[in-house]
Design a binder for this molecule. Sequence first.
Ligand code: ADP
Length: 164
Amino acid sequence: MKTMVYPGSFDPITLGHLDIIKRASKMADKLIVTVMYNPEKNCYFSVDERIEMIKKCTKNIKNVEVDCFSGLMVDYMKKVGATAAVRGLRAVTDFEYELQWATFNQMLDDEFEAVFLMANTEHSFLSSSIVREIGQLGGNIKKMVSPEIYDYVNDKLNKNGIKE
Ligand code: ADP
Protein backbone atom coordinates (compact mmCIF):
# COMPACT_ATOMS: atom_id res chain seq x y z
CA MET A 1 0.00 0.00 0.00
CA LYS A 2 1.44 3.34 -1.06
CA THR A 3 1.08 6.05 1.58
CA MET A 4 1.97 9.68 0.92
CA VAL A 5 1.82 12.67 3.24
CA TYR A 6 0.94 16.29 2.53
CA PRO A 7 2.39 18.41 5.34
CA GLY A 8 1.64 22.08 5.88
CA SER A 9 0.41 24.74 8.26
CA PHE A 10 -3.06 24.98 6.66
CA ASP A 11 -3.81 28.14 8.65
CA PRO A 12 -6.50 27.88 7.24
CA ILE A 13 -6.80 25.31 4.44
CA THR A 14 -7.46 27.10 1.11
CA LEU A 15 -8.87 26.00 -2.25
CA GLY A 16 -5.24 25.85 -3.42
CA HIS A 17 -4.39 23.27 -0.75
CA LEU A 18 -7.57 21.37 -1.56
CA ASP A 19 -6.69 21.17 -5.25
CA ILE A 20 -3.31 19.66 -4.34
CA ILE A 21 -5.05 17.19 -1.97
CA LYS A 22 -7.50 16.06 -4.69
CA ARG A 23 -4.74 15.54 -7.23
CA ALA A 24 -2.31 13.87 -4.81
CA SER A 25 -5.01 11.52 -3.49
CA LYS A 26 -5.11 9.93 -6.96
CA MET A 27 -1.39 9.19 -6.77
CA ALA A 28 -1.47 7.10 -3.57
CA ASP A 29 -3.56 4.45 -1.84
CA LYS A 30 -3.62 6.66 1.22
CA LEU A 31 -2.87 10.37 1.55
CA ILE A 32 -2.30 11.75 5.04
CA VAL A 33 -2.81 15.50 5.24
CA THR A 34 -0.83 16.44 8.29
CA VAL A 35 -0.79 19.72 10.17
CA MET A 36 2.77 20.68 11.06
CA TYR A 37 2.78 21.91 14.62
CA ASN A 38 5.63 24.28 15.25
CA PRO A 39 5.54 25.95 18.70
CA GLU A 40 7.70 28.77 17.32
CA LYS A 41 5.25 29.57 14.56
CA ASN A 42 2.39 31.68 15.79
CA CYS A 43 -0.62 30.31 13.94
CA TYR A 44 -4.01 32.02 13.83
CA PHE A 45 -6.09 28.83 14.09
CA SER A 46 -5.33 26.15 16.71
CA VAL A 47 -4.13 22.71 15.59
CA ASP A 48 -7.54 21.24 16.48
CA GLU A 49 -9.36 23.91 14.47
CA ARG A 50 -7.10 23.33 11.47
CA ILE A 51 -7.60 19.56 11.65
CA GLU A 52 -11.37 19.99 11.91
CA MET A 53 -11.45 22.32 8.88
CA ILE A 54 -9.35 19.91 6.77
CA LYS A 55 -11.64 17.03 7.77
CA LYS A 56 -14.72 18.98 6.70
CA CYS A 57 -13.22 19.87 3.31
CA THR A 58 -11.96 16.35 2.54
CA LYS A 59 -14.84 14.29 3.89
CA ASN A 60 -15.77 13.08 0.38
CA ILE A 61 -12.29 11.90 -0.56
CA LYS A 62 -12.18 8.31 0.64
CA ASN A 63 -8.43 7.74 0.90
CA VAL A 64 -7.57 10.95 2.77
CA GLU A 65 -6.73 10.94 6.47
CA VAL A 66 -5.99 13.98 8.61
CA ASP A 67 -3.33 14.07 11.29
CA CYS A 68 -0.83 16.42 12.98
CA PHE A 69 2.77 16.20 14.05
CA SER A 70 5.66 18.14 15.51
CA GLY A 71 9.31 17.29 15.11
CA LEU A 72 11.16 15.95 12.12
CA MET A 73 9.23 15.19 8.96
CA VAL A 74 11.47 12.20 8.17
CA ASP A 75 10.68 10.63 11.57
CA TYR A 76 6.98 11.20 11.07
CA MET A 77 7.11 9.65 7.59
CA LYS A 78 8.85 6.53 8.94
CA LYS A 79 6.24 6.26 11.69
CA VAL A 80 3.29 6.31 9.26
CA GLY A 81 5.09 4.33 6.53
CA ALA A 82 4.97 7.09 3.91
CA THR A 83 7.05 6.80 0.75
CA ALA A 84 6.87 10.47 -0.28
CA ALA A 85 5.86 13.95 0.87
CA VAL A 86 3.71 16.06 -1.43
CA ARG A 87 4.28 19.81 -1.76
CA GLY A 88 2.68 22.47 -3.92
CA LEU A 89 4.60 24.98 -6.03
CA ARG A 90 3.02 28.33 -6.78
CA ALA A 91 5.94 30.42 -7.94
CA VAL A 92 9.70 30.63 -8.15
CA THR A 93 9.73 31.89 -4.58
CA ASP A 94 8.10 28.62 -3.42
CA PHE A 95 10.68 26.67 -5.40
CA GLU A 96 13.65 28.08 -3.50
CA TYR A 97 12.13 27.30 -0.13
CA GLU A 98 10.88 23.87 -1.20
CA LEU A 99 14.24 22.90 -2.70
CA GLN A 100 15.95 23.77 0.57
CA TRP A 101 13.30 21.86 2.53
CA ALA A 102 13.60 18.74 0.35
CA THR A 103 17.40 18.89 0.38
CA PHE A 104 17.75 18.99 4.14
CA ASN A 105 15.21 16.21 4.53
CA GLN A 106 17.23 14.16 2.07
CA MET A 107 20.34 14.88 4.13
CA LEU A 108 18.54 13.59 7.20
CA ASP A 109 17.28 10.46 5.45
CA ASP A 110 18.56 9.02 2.15
CA GLU A 111 15.17 7.46 1.50
CA PHE A 112 13.27 10.75 1.74
CA GLU A 113 11.32 11.52 -1.43
CA ALA A 114 9.29 14.62 -2.30
CA VAL A 115 6.68 15.04 -5.03
CA PHE A 116 5.98 18.58 -6.23
CA LEU A 117 2.69 19.49 -7.86
CA MET A 118 2.30 22.73 -9.77
CA ALA A 119 -0.41 24.99 -8.41
CA ASN A 120 -3.47 25.32 -10.59
CA THR A 121 -3.26 28.76 -12.30
CA GLU A 122 -6.55 29.69 -10.67
CA HIS A 123 -4.96 29.28 -7.22
CA SER A 124 -1.42 30.36 -7.91
CA PHE A 125 -1.91 33.65 -6.03
CA LEU A 126 -3.62 32.03 -3.08
CA SER A 127 -2.08 31.54 0.35
CA SER A 128 -3.41 31.13 3.88
CA SER A 129 -1.91 34.49 4.80
CA ILE A 130 -3.87 36.23 2.02
CA VAL A 131 -7.08 34.60 3.29
CA ARG A 132 -6.34 35.79 6.83
CA GLU A 133 -5.45 39.29 5.73
CA ILE A 134 -8.45 39.79 3.48
CA GLY A 135 -10.85 38.14 5.95
CA GLN A 136 -9.65 40.31 8.82
CA LEU A 137 -10.16 43.41 6.73
CA GLY A 138 -13.74 42.33 6.04
CA GLY A 139 -13.11 41.35 2.41
CA ASN A 140 -14.86 38.52 0.58
CA ILE A 141 -12.98 35.21 0.92
CA LYS A 142 -15.65 33.08 -0.80
CA LYS A 143 -13.45 32.25 -3.78
CA MET A 144 -10.54 31.30 -1.54
CA VAL A 145 -11.87 28.68 0.87
CA SER A 146 -14.17 25.69 0.57
CA PRO A 147 -17.93 26.30 1.18
CA GLU A 148 -17.83 23.74 4.04
CA ILE A 149 -15.68 26.06 6.15
CA TYR A 150 -16.49 29.48 4.71
CA ASP A 151 -18.82 30.66 7.49
CA TYR A 152 -16.55 29.41 10.23
CA VAL A 153 -13.39 31.02 8.81
CA ASN A 154 -15.16 34.24 7.92
CA ASP A 155 -16.75 34.61 11.36
CA LYS A 156 -13.54 33.88 13.21
CA LEU A 157 -11.44 36.26 11.11
CA ASN A 158 -13.97 39.06 11.33
CA LYS A 159 -14.67 38.61 15.02
CA ASN A 160 -11.04 38.57 16.07
CA GLY A 161 -10.01 41.46 13.87
CA ILE A 162 -6.38 41.96 12.97
CA LYS A 163 -3.99 40.19 15.32
CA GLU A 164 -0.75 42.04 15.86
P1 ADP B 1 0.92 28.64 3.03
O1 ADP B 1 0.80 29.33 4.35
O2 ADP B 1 1.98 29.26 2.16
O3 ADP B 1 -0.39 28.49 2.34
P2 ADP B 1 1.32 25.86 3.94
O4 ADP B 1 2.44 25.47 4.83
O5 ADP B 1 -0.03 25.73 4.51
O6 ADP B 1 1.60 27.29 3.36
O7 ADP B 1 1.42 25.05 2.57
C1 ADP B 1 1.68 23.67 2.50
C2 ADP B 1 2.09 23.34 1.08
O8 ADP B 1 1.05 23.69 0.19
C3 ADP B 1 3.34 24.06 0.57
O9 ADP B 1 4.06 23.17 -0.24
C4 ADP B 1 2.78 25.20 -0.24
O10 ADP B 1 3.68 25.59 -1.25
C5 ADP B 1 1.54 24.55 -0.83
N1 ADP B 1 0.52 25.51 -1.18
C6 ADP B 1 0.05 26.54 -0.43
N2 ADP B 1 -0.89 27.25 -1.09
C7 ADP B 1 -1.01 26.65 -2.33
C8 ADP B 1 -1.79 26.92 -3.50
N3 ADP B 1 -2.62 27.97 -3.56
N4 ADP B 1 -1.67 26.11 -4.55
C9 ADP B 1 -0.80 25.08 -4.50
N5 ADP B 1 -0.02 24.76 -3.46
C10 ADP B 1 -0.12 25.54 -2.37
